[in-house]
Design a protein around this ligand. Structure first.
Ligand SMILES: [Zn+2]
Ligand SMILES: [Zn+2]
Length: 97
């Protein structure tokens, strides 16, 4: 019989997968990320959750300025909670000299 021409296998598609992986800095587990991301995570979601559980999420306290009524936020970790928005505090300081 005649020669049989073997059809070449289709060339491998050289297409980069949308997601790439890198090892978690803590546990080494592969983290999927898109190279286009601005912030590529260093830790897997589990390690991040663990970190948050250990260190606590930084809470922000919301307050209304006694002077101008503007709402402002500040971290709950500070000792003295301000009653005035920083601009008003600055003004107050100026007046006082
Ligand atoms: Zn991890
Ligand atoms: Zn104010």
């Amino acid at each position: 019989m005649g020669e049989e021409t073997f059809s070449k296998p289709a060339p491998a598609v050289d297409k980069k997968p949308e997601f790439q992986t890198k090892p978690c800095k803590s546990c080494g587990k592969a983290i999927s990320f898109k190279p286009s991301w601005q912030h590529i995570p260093n830790y897997c979601p589990e390690c991040k959750a663990k970190y948050r559980a250990e260190h606590g999420e930084r809470k922000m306290v919301r307050k209304t300025c006694y002077s101008c009524g503007r709402t402002f936020t500040f971290p709950s970790t500070i000792k003295h909670y301000p009653n005035y928005f920083w601009e008003c505090r600055a003004k107050y300081k100026e007046k006082k000299g």
